[in-house]
Write a protein that binds this ligand. Sequence first.
Ligand SMILES: [Zn+2]
Length: 206
Amino acid sequence: MFISGRILILGAHPDDAELGMGATISKLTREMLSCDDIRVLTFAWKSYTGESLIEPHKRAMKTLGIKNYEMLNFEPTMGFFNRQDILDILYKEHKNDYSTVFTHNSYTSNQDHQVIFEETRRAFRDTAILGYSCPSSDYGFSSTPSYIRVSKQDALRKIRAAKEYIIYKKKPYMLPEAIMGTLQANGLEIFGKGLAERFEPIRVII
Ligand SMILES: [Zn+2]
């Protein structure tokens, strides 16, 4: 898959983009795009229990080579995100002429993720959209996923970014072996070897 132009990466919560596509972000910043062409936008800056995730997210973005990122102050309140405010923000982002938008996938069971997925689809009708996978909140996944091959270096950067979220260090999905195992399972599924991240093709424009 060839990705060019400006890229927008959306996440309801501060760790979503890192977990869903941290290795791909590493690959994009390392090999494919100028870091100025990638923007990460997160809608909440704190956890469900109220801890600030600003510093961990900052460090994770630095680890992955991202300079253009912003955290908004929506409450992570299980689906009570103000949808119109989110749509208005996404309409403003739409003016930046992105070639591809990465967002949550349609199979997610997390209500905040569902809101971001749906409003992304509404705002970016004319833009390619790929939905990243967060196995701990997905309820199944697309039967026809797309894959991005990543290197071991990208995988290790993803693990380092996840480790910045010290308050989540005991969460099973944050463990290095879980992250590496998921990348390996994706690699096996598509290439029979190696590492990959998988995406739901929500909008493909050729
Ligand atoms: Zn999330």
